[in-house]
Design a protein around this ligand. Sequence first.
Ligand code: 8YV
Length: 323
Amino acid sequence: MARPSVLVTRRWPEAVEAQLAERYDVELNRADRPLNAQEFREAIQRYDAVLPTVTDKLGSEALDVPQAQTKILANYGVGYTHIDMETAKSHGMAVTNTPDVLSECTADLAMTLMLMVARRAGDGERELRAGDWSGWRPTHLVGTKVSGKTLGIIGFGRIGQEMAKRAHFGFGMRIVVFNRSPVKPEVLAKFNAVQVPTLEELLPECDFVSLHCPGGAGNAKMINSARLDLMKPDAYLINTARGEVVDEHALAQALMFETIGGAALDVFEREPHINPTLAQCDNLVMLPHLGSATTEARQAMGFRVLDNLNDFFDGKEPRDCVS
Ligand code: 8YV
């Protein structure tokens, strides 16, 4: 039997690319240039499997082709709101993702951001590199204490729970949770966490608010100006989820007028474009979507895609089927 043909849309860790090539007829993207909608349409008509990432916008324009050859979209990443699930389904394509393997690293990065913004690490780094440090003084770059404060976690899935673990056990933080479905009492009890029924209840209580919910239309602009207004004037917002969850215009206003203490973002509404007003805010820390960017997580994500692909072509239900 011919080996299934597989398109890998971006450069992947070498060890995973090599292993993929052992079993599949693989087309790699050595130049690592994102494909456009037309190139995707051609790919969907040509390859048995397409392995996309968050930078691939797989809307109906890209997926709705007359004769789809692709039977599985095995996504490299846990979030898959860049894939139009309706169109994928209408063409009988399975969709899989890579949960679990990046939860710890993404939570580590959310902690990094929380500490950076609270302790003004971005400001300090910029000052040093600019050669502007005049020396120690009691009033220099004074930030906010993190330990013992209240952290609101929006979205209490795998990554949200890893965040709670770090914040509660490492930093003695009180954890308040908002999640669309009820969280099991024994899960909340692990972190001595309380679940509240609305964001309106959570936001005014928290010193830090960290987003760990999915993106997509359902959660678009969930953090809007009305909700930012509910945050304490010295509270911080952290986003390692998806850019669209935050109304960036409203956030830029809140940062400019200092109606909140600050924010730290790893994800943006129109990546890699950065809202120019946001970029002017000093009480903001920004990273270029690094949540899962460790050797360990990126390899594990690749091998998890491979597991899904192997299951699928062995005629089994892939372990991470989301369609
Ligand atoms: C990934 C992420 O690196 O997995 C996700 O959903 O946001 C990132 O950590 C990226 O999305 C890969 O597709």
